[in-house]
Design a protein around this ligand. Structure first.
Ligand code: URA
Length: 427
């Protein structure tokens, strides 16, 4: 069935629901060039302003899935579980999590992306390991899943091509934030990928897409409904992103911290979230009673990591790159650190060279921010709070500007009420 694009735009502009046939047509026609960019841009703005109901979002997602290939892991001898984070600062959890879950015989196909803006990308982090390769063929990926049990690689271009086009358009038309569009974008790729179980880590706070809990909860519910309706065992954890995760933001810095976690150490919050997400993934794949923490302390997760990195050409024992220059940010007074703002740290790491401004820009493997104090810590004037790392020292000034107001030392005795890392669970 064919429609007039203007008719579809006007229907949504005037607050009507779109029919299944209208949605199927508009996604297909847009993917193939039959709906112009300016028309899709008007439609996405109408969706942002007027919303979509559950059935519309499900149909929109199905139409995006139908625009490309669907993968299947049904021939593997193991069940599959995947995790998706909506993105945050210092969020390196995928790195220890994938090998940890693989220890228990559950395959983890982690199709990941690169960083854009202030949040880092998993592939950029892993590419700081000498020799490691992000691009795998489907056959290589399947063989690694069967053999090692975990793979972190670049998503092929065949999954939900409608989303790729639409996401680029949303990025430049102020329509990224629409919950129906975020939910359908993420879930179309996850459903097309074919995982059996999916755990969503929906970040909330200054360093996240969703700054407030009500909207993050709505996004999580919408995605859980989409996954469940499509037969994927889906749950979501709402987790804090007012403060960066762990003590590092930046590519090689985050790999180093992940390896500490795999060696049974590492920052408490990174360990807590890794374990919480691993338990959810294992439960979703039918293995609810495994002793996850033991696999971090007894070396099994590290063994799986070494095999996962080596299978993609990486040398897990190679020295990681370090930045050529460092500078410290010092406490200006005695007192208690009351604020370590995730967004400010994310922008600083990005400006130091850990992230990119345009898709085609290179990143610096060693650049980023190392954190020496967390909210609630007592600090003394002159004590280092952060170390900034970069190969290009002219970047220090702009990074420091990003941190202005993001680090606050309050009077001695101030009690800091940090919110729990895992705020809620939906599913
Ligand atoms: N990640 C996605 O894949 N899509 C969105 O819309 C937002 C985050």
């Amino acid at each position: 069935m064919s429609f007039d694009a203007v008719e579809v735009i006007v229907a949504k502009r005037d607050g009507h629901r779109l029919s299944d046939a209208q949605i199927d047509w508009v996604i297909d026609a847009y993917t193939h060039g039959g709906v112009a960019e300016e028309q899709m841009s008007a439609l996405t703005m109408a969706i942002l302003l007027n919303g979509m109901d559950r059935a519309e979002i499900a149909r929109w997602t199905a139409a995006m899935i139908a625009s490309g290939e669907r993968m299947s892991f049904s021939h593997l001898s193991r069940p599959t579980a995947d995790k998706h984070s909506t993105g945050g600062v210092g969020d390196k959890i995928t790195l220890p999590l994938a090998p940890l879950v693989a220890v228990f015989g559950v395959a983890v196909p982690q199709l990941s992306g690169r960083g854009l803006g202030h949040t880092g990308g998993t592939l950029d982090k892993l590419e700081s390991i000498p020799g490691w390769r992000a691009a795998l063929s489907n056959d290589e990926m399947m063989a690694q899943l069967e053999d090692v049990g975990a793979v972190i690689c670049q998503a092929g271009s065949g999954l939900a091509p409608a989303d790729r086009k639409l996401y680029a358009l949303r990025d430049v038309t102020g329509t990224v934030e629409a919950i129906p569009l975020i939910a359908s974008s993420i879930m179309s790729k996850k459903i097309a990928e074919g995982t059996g179980a999916l755990v969503l880590d929906v970040k909330v706070g200054s360093g996240a897409f969703m700054k407030d809990l009500a909207r993050a909860t709505e996004l999580a519910r919408t995605m859980v409904e989409l996954g469940t309706d499509a037969g994927v065992n889906t749950v979501a954890l709402l987790t804090d992103m007012d403060v960066p995760l762990g003590l590092t933001a930046g590519n090689a810095l985050e790999v180093r911290e992940s390896v500490e976690v795999l060696a049974g150490g590492g920052p408490a919050d990174v360990v807590e979230l890794t374990v919480a997400l691993a338990r959810e993934m294992l439960a979703g794949a039918g293995r609810p009673d495994e002793d996850v923490a033991a696999a971090l302390s007894d070396g099994r997760a590290m063994d799986a990591w070494n095999r996962m990195i080596a299978a993609q050409g990486g040398d897990p024992s190679a020295e990681l790159p370090v930045a050529k220059e460092t500078e410290q940010v010092l406490a200006e007074a005695d007192g208690v650190l009351t604020t370590l703002d995730a967004y400010a740290v994310g922008i600083a790491a990005w400006r130091l060279g850990a992230g990119r401004a345009r898709k085609e820009d290179p990143v610096q493997a060693g650049a980023g921010v190392e954190i020496h104090a967390r909210p609630g810590d007592v600090v003394r004037a002159g004590q280092p709070l952060l170390t900034l790392h970069t190969d290009t020292p002219e970047r220090f000034g702009r990074a420091r500007e990003a941190l202005a107001g993001g680090l606050v030392v309050g009077p001695a005795g101030t009690v800091v009420a940090n919110r729990p890392l895992v705020i809620d669970r939906i599913g």
